[in-house]
Design a protein around this ligand. Structure first.
Ligand code: SF4
Length: 246
C-alpha cells in the first residue's frame, strides 16, 4: 500500500461514489491511502478507508463504530442493512439522516478470517466483522477529530459503546444511553499521527445511543432504544437544531 499511487486511489474513490450524494470529502486526499493500523493493511485491492459524509456544517453528527463489508464495497458509511436500519430508526423519531454528517470511529473494516476445508479438500475463507482494536481506534483518532473540528456539530450522537468510549471514556453506555452529556471530549494530540489523547477545552453536547445493529441481536433493547430515540428528538428540539427535523 505504501507505494500506491494516491491519484489512482482518489479517482477510483470518486468513481465509486459518483452520483450517490457526496462527491467531496472533508479529509485530505492522503487519507485514502492510510495504513496506520492493521485494518488498513488488510484492506482488499481497490478499497479505501471510508470517510464521513453528509452536510459539511451539519448541526448533528452521528458517529458509529467501523465500516463493514458493504461500506468497504460502496466507499460510504452506514450502507446496506445497517444504513437502512439507521435511517428507519431516525425517521421513526422524525429525524432526517440526510441533513446530518455521518462518520465512524475507525475507517477500515476490522475482520477475522475463518478457514474451512470443504469435502473436496478446497479451502473456504470466511470473513466476519469484529470490534476495532484499541490500536486501530487510537490510530484513526486524528481522522475523526479532523472531521469533528471541520463540521463543528452542535450535537454529537454516538452509536454504541466504541465511539462513546473514544470520546468520553469515563462513561459506560449502559449508564448514560438516552441522556444528554455536556462534557469535554478526548482529542488526539497535535501531531498528524498522534495516538495520545487529551481532553478538549471546549464542552460538547454528546447524546449516546446503543448501536442500531445491537438492537437486532438483542431484542430486549428495542424498547429502550425507541425511548432513547424519542429523548433524542426532544433534545434536538430543545437545542433548536431544526435543520435535522423531518
Ligand atoms: S487508521 Fe483508520 S483509516 Fe488508517 S488504516 Fe487504520 S482504520 Fe484505516
Amino acid at each position: 500500500m505504501e507505494s500506491a499511487n494516491v491519484s489512482d486511489y482518489i479517482s477510483q474513490f470518486k468513481e465509486k461514489i459518483k452520483g450517490k450524494g457526496e462527491e467531496s470529502m472533508l479529509l485530505p486526499e492522503k487519507f485514502l491511502i492510510c495504513v496506520r493500523c492493521e485494518d488498513g493493511v488488510k484492506r482488499e485491492e481497490g478499497q479505501t478507508p471510508i470517510p464521513g459524509e453528509g452536510i459539511p456544517n451539519a448541526e448533528v453528527m452521528l458517529i458509529g463504530e467501523s465500516p463493514g463489508a458493504e461500506e468497504m464495497k460502496s466507499g460510504r458509511p452506514f450502507q446496506g442493512k445497517a444504513g437502512e436500519n439507521l435511517n428507519r430508526f431516525l425517521a421513526s423519531a422524525g429525524l432526517d439522516r440526510s441533513k446530518m454528517y455521518v462518520a465512524n470511529t475507525t475507517r477500515c473494516r476490522p475482520y477475522k478470517e475463518t478457514v474451512r476445508i470443504l469435502k473436496d479438500g478446497t479451502k473456504k475463507i470466511t470473513k466476519s466483522n469484529k470490534p476495532p482494536s484499541q490500536h486501530a481506534i487510537r490510530s484513526c483518532a486524528t481522522w475523526l477529530d479532523m472531521e469533528i473540528d471541520l463540521v463543528n456539530p452542535k450535537l454529537i450522537v454516538t452509536l454504541g459503546s466504541t465511539p462513546l468510549k473514544r470520546l468520553v471514556p469515563d462513561y459506560s453506555i449502559s449508564e448514560v444511553h438516552g441522556t444528554l452529556l455536556t462534557v469535554p471530549i478526548q482529542h488526539a494530540g497535535e501531531k498528524e499521527d498522534s495516538r495520545e489523547f487529551t481532553l478538549s477545552e471546549k464542552e460538547y453536547h454528546v447524546f449516546p445511543l446503543y448501536h442500531p445493529a445491537a438492537i437486532i441481536y438483542r431484542r430486549e433493547l428495542q424498547e429502550v432504544f425507541e425511548q432513547d430515540l424519542h429523548k433524542l428528538r426532544k433534545t434536538v428540539e430543545e437545542l433548536k437544531l431544526n435543520s435535522v427535523l423531518l
